[in-house]
Ligand binder design. Sequence first.
Ligand SMILES: [Zn+2]
Length: 143
Amino acid sequence: MALALEEARASLRRGEVPVGAVVTGPQGMVLARDGNRVEAMHDAGAHAEMLVLRSAAASLGQTRLTHCDLWVTLEPCPMCAAAAGLFRIRRLVFGAYDPKGGGVEHNARIYERPGSLLVPEVVGGVREAECAALLRGFFESRR
Ligand SMILES: [Zn+2]
């Protein structure tokens, strides 16, 4: 999560919503790390999670990330939560909870839907205070 936080801070410096994500392999090796690039790529779907899932799969030359873990500073939105399932992520670890936009513990609750895809083990609230403080600072500065 320390690396994901670094990526979130880098996103902030680029003027993006500060969310960072990392994919680690079965032995904990870092396969991909990145932050939000929505503004930079002019892509509303360029969430940190989407970028690292794709990049990790490409670096492994595999379509799926079985036995890999996704670390992200914010509870994933429904799109990213569904993507983590499609990529067969083993464990999803996130920092801050997102009652407004989150799709794991809130709103769509993607993994609780009947007929849900492969569901990762979910661990929320890891280094929550630091992850949330970054986001709070960003949104307060924009008001
Ligand atoms: Zn997302």
